[in-house]
Design a protein around this ligand. Structure first.
Ligand SMILES: Nc1ncnc2c1ncn2[C@@H]1O[C@H](COP(=O)(O)OP(=O)(O)O)[C@@H](O)[C@H]1O
Ligand SMILES: [Mg+2]
Length: 356
């Protein structure tokens, strides 16, 4: 391979690793992946080596292929073939329109399918690890530092460095906190999060920040650190979002007092976490309070009336309860419990199956 010194490099992305594009007269373009710091943690170096070791299994039709592992500027540096294109995270400034979404999502899903057909699991699918060439429609996967060859493996709960990958995109089983195996479906979960982000411009569970601002609502969260409820993260966060949205709606007409949602968690009973979402809104109408959990019951002009009914079934599927009561001096307080014991393996498979 030609000397790296014949190339001119520009950074495509910073992060734990910097991604450079190298161009030179009459030279094949290359990409470099190099740690930002001169002495990165051993684990970061291992990921570079691991990606290099996978080179014969990565196909230039769907991946950026490693060419060599070398040193540059005193740093371990992985040199990759450059298929062209830009990291998808750089292309996402907000929601993309549906036509553009499909022009990326379809080849991206195909690339993932081809990788899985090779018996590889990526384990860190996210926009930063996808290169997209909008002009040619080409899509390539990159960032194979924690990819695995094994079609099925069990992830033991371990120290944090075992939980590699990027939490926001990570399937619950991949965090090692659920008694389930990692397989190619973990990548599909991350792909789903990526698609959501492309379409909405937000991660699924960034707590509706825009909605809070529009409703001029202040959110306080007094949450336990170190205690975990076990369950389906997607579903439980859906419950939180629905309750928060309802609280914002309930306070939309409030002008004479602070619009505050003060979320708290505490141990309610042995083996359960209790989450409380009190608002300072109009309160429940006694005439209809009994019906708020019924499907399609809504008092809102544009309401679907499905939120609370879905929340209740999610919480009950987790072995918990969800209920509402008046909040003094005004407003409503929704509370739910989630068992702490790890019952996820006997409760959730059927539930997740219907989800996917
Ligand atoms: N925090 C709250 N304060 C007062 N009323 C509420 C609150 N949350 C829900 N409700 C009542 O319950 C109804 C049903 O809520 P939900 O099932 O989430 O459907 P939607 O939000 O689409 O109306 C709402 O229309 C509202 O009348
Ligand atoms: Mg609702």
């Amino acid at each position: 391979m030609t000397e790296l010194s014949s190339y001119a490099f520009s950074a495509l992305r910073e992060g734990e690793f910097t991604l450079y594009r190298g161009l030179g007269d009459g030279l094949d373009p290359i990409l470099l992946v190099a740690p930002v710091v001169e002495h990165p943690p051993l684990d970061a170096l291992k990921r570079l080596e691991h990606e290099y070791a996978l080179r014969t299994e990565l196909d230039r039709g769907w991946a950026t292929r490693p060419l060599t592992l070398t040193r540059r500027h005193n740093r371990a540096t992985l040199v990759l073939e450059d298929p062209g294109g830009e990291p998808l995270d750089r292309l996402l400034g907000g929601p993309v329109d549906v036509t553009q979404f499909l022009s990326i999502a379809i080849p991206l899903a195909a690339a993932l399918g081809r990788m899985h057909a090779r018996g590889l699991i990526h384990k860190d699918i996210k926009p930063a690890n996808v290169l997209v060439d909008l002009a040619s429609g080409g899509v390539w996967l990159t960032g194979f530092g924690i990819a695995s060859r094994v079609p099925r493996e069990h992830q033991e709960p371990g120290p944090p460095d075992v939980i590699a990958g990027t939490l926001a995109y990570m399937a619950p089983e991949q965090t090692g906190r659920m008694n389930r195996s990692i397989d190619s479906r973990s990548d599909l979960y991350a792909l789903g999060v990526t698609f959501y982000e492309m379409l909405t411009g937000e991660l699924p569970f960034t707590l509706a920040r825009g909605e809070l601002q529009r409703g001029q609502v202040v959110l306080h969260a007094d949450l336990f650190a170190g205690n975990r409820a076990f369950g389906d993260r997607v579903q439980l966060q859906q419950v939180m979002l629905d309750l928060i949205r309802n609280g914002i709606d309930a306070m939309s007409a409030v002008t004479d007092r602070p619009r505050v949602l003060a979320i708290s968690t505490e141990f309610a009973e042995p083996g359960a976490v209790l989450v409380a979402v009190p608002d300072a809104g109009a309160g429940l109408d006694p005439a209809t309070a009994e019906r708020i959990f019924d499907p399609f019951f809504t008092t809102k002009a544009n309401g679907m009336g499905m939120g609370l009914s879905i929340c209740r079934s999610i919480i009950e599927a987790h072995g918990g309860r969800l209920w509402a009561s008046p909040h003094r001096p005004y407003g409503t307080i929704f509370r739910f419990t989630v068992p702490i014991a790890d019952r996820s393996h006997d409760l959730l498979p059927s539930h997740r199956e219907t989800n996917s």
